[in-house]
Design a binder for this molecule. Sequence first.
Ligand code: IVH
Length: 720
Amino acid sequence: MSPKQLFLFDPSAKPGTGAHPGTSLAQTQPAAPAADPLSLPEPPADKPRERMEWLVTILEHHNYLYHTLDKPVISDDQYDALFRELQALEDGYPQWRSPHSPTLRVGGGLLGGLPKQRHRQRMYGLDNVFSAEEWQEFVARMGRTLPEAPLSFWCDPKLDGLALEIIYENGVLQEALTRGDGEEGEVVTEAVRTIRTVPLRLRGTGPFPERLEVRGEVVIYKKDFAAINERRESLGQKLLANPRNAAAGALRQLDVSHTQTMPLRFLAYSLGEVRWGRALPCRYQHELAARLQDYGFLTPPDGRLCADPGAVETYVEQVRQGRADFPMEIDGAVAKQDDLEAQEALGFTARAPRFAIAFKFPAMQVHTRLTGIEIQVGRTGVLTPVALLEPVAVGGVMVTRATLHNEDEIQAKDVRVGDTVIVQRAGDVIPEVVGPVLEERPAGARPFAFPHVCPVCGEAAHREPGEAAWRCGNISCPAVRLRSICHFVSKAGLDVQGVGQKWIEQLVSSGRVSSPEQLFRLTVQDLLPFERMGEVLAQKIVDAFDDARHNATLARLVSALGIRHVGEQTARLLAENFADMDALAAAGTQRLLELPDVGPEVASSIRSFFASPSNQHMLSGLREAGLWPAAVREAQSPTDDGPLRGKKVLFTGTLSMPRSKAKQLAEEAGATVLGSVSKKLDILIVGENPGSKLEKARSLGIDVLDEAAFLELLADRTAV
Ligand code: IVH
């Protein structure tokens, strides 16, 4: 296949189809070089020099198949055996050791500081455009500078990594430099040698350019980054903020043995100085991309030749839509004049090329100030810390609050009020605080002291051993009461239709309603004094509660009570096994334990609920208000209108409830529970110590919820 054929594409094809190492993104790969290393005859053991040459060649080929193409043809053990054989031969015959032996990828010594070196050609940045108008203006400017410039562009995603230049002479890697300030970079040759997707010798049979400066980006794939941080977390180490910083840190390591443990990848997208010598020069950027692949490089996924400026706009939109599906972080798309002669004629401004432009996407990770930490009190009394943020756009969405989960999380991240913090949205997930920017910590910022009293009622809070949450234990705490009453009427409770949560909040906070049964005694006269309440609305609300009173089933009422560990599914089970609330209230532990899925914890929670005098008082109020349903078999199709209706979900990690329970809850909410992570999955729900499913889901850009957020969703309330 010729390089040109490789890039015959369907301009309407959507990025995100096809195969790319480790992902489903399209990446056209070169045909095998003319001389297939695997077909080389294997020299016998008594010809060590030939055998060493052969081993270098085929080990590098297997290395390419494994790391660059992601298509190994031998097992790791087979590779290791060949590698060890080469190492042994090199020990025995050091004079024959090849300068591009794969054994040299294994870095040893400590560098004494990174030396600096000038780039032969400056490494420019790119100017940005943010709209179609700005793009059209760029094209018009190009036309004014060079009227004969063709209007086709090679486009690829803008990789959010670290720019690097690798210098090859006659096909052999000589040096590698970071971008530095564009004029002068740091020499990182030894670190770059450890990157498995960097060819130590260009692939193919040559002839190769006498000098070739290959430029590209060092990145860490999202799935690899997630795995690094999971590991660091389990070791109690500080988490890395993002793949770009992690890649930069790894590449600039003085001890190269650290670099080689990091999953760095290099993707090539342009050239610096080049002396083609006897090698055939390229005429087009699209040819260059194919040539770089032939030489053994990875190139940015989903590169496309766009025949006119309109096609570029379509391409950029597709990349924008598919952003979460890329295996690495991207922060835009780049359009480059396809004709390399025109590129040269257009040249550079003081800052950037006139032949290329970046379409910048909104940042997914931003810095903002943590102005406070608010403690929210939930229905079960759990105190949840919420970060209050100076408003900031993350991935195009304004963010002012983000959950901090619990005391341990705040401590682990060491975020302090006044800190500049990194806030991110990965995929479409709820915003989260990644951590503080320590260099910007204001003097005197003190660690957050998690309150040991409820911020609403002032009663002592407690944290049980083995639990992450502090709880307010006061059953008449106004916050607990408000949340409980909201839960009582929510979808997970009686599902009272047509009464907005705002009204419930007003009724409770004004003191008019302090217990659920009072909702069912409200009259139009009681409601009229409220601001913006008219006769019609008041009547509607009264009717809504009346309807709920008549339609309530025992299962719904049990669920509405908000007994700890009793969700909709358990409530249904209880309703199927007891004639009415009296029978349930009278049931002893033994009787409860006979029910499937009711363990000691659930049984004890039910018992203590009915033993509480204030709960008994509330129940008698409900009975008097006429809300006392007997058991009837409910229609078994709660899936029609649940908050997860139509969603495909999957659980991973350790949840606070049995997996079967979680599954039932999800199904009741309308979800289908899948067995593995795939593109079909809508939401991954993660418990403690999630495994590889989380990485995979993140790399596919699938929504991820923690258990608390999942439960919030079931309760039909927003997370924060
Ligand atoms: S082409 C003359 N293509 O973004 C410059 N650059 O912010 C030609 N970058 O310094 C560069 N992804 O290091 C090109 N697909 C891509 C890129 C890309 C990332 C970097 C590049 C540049 C920086 C500008």
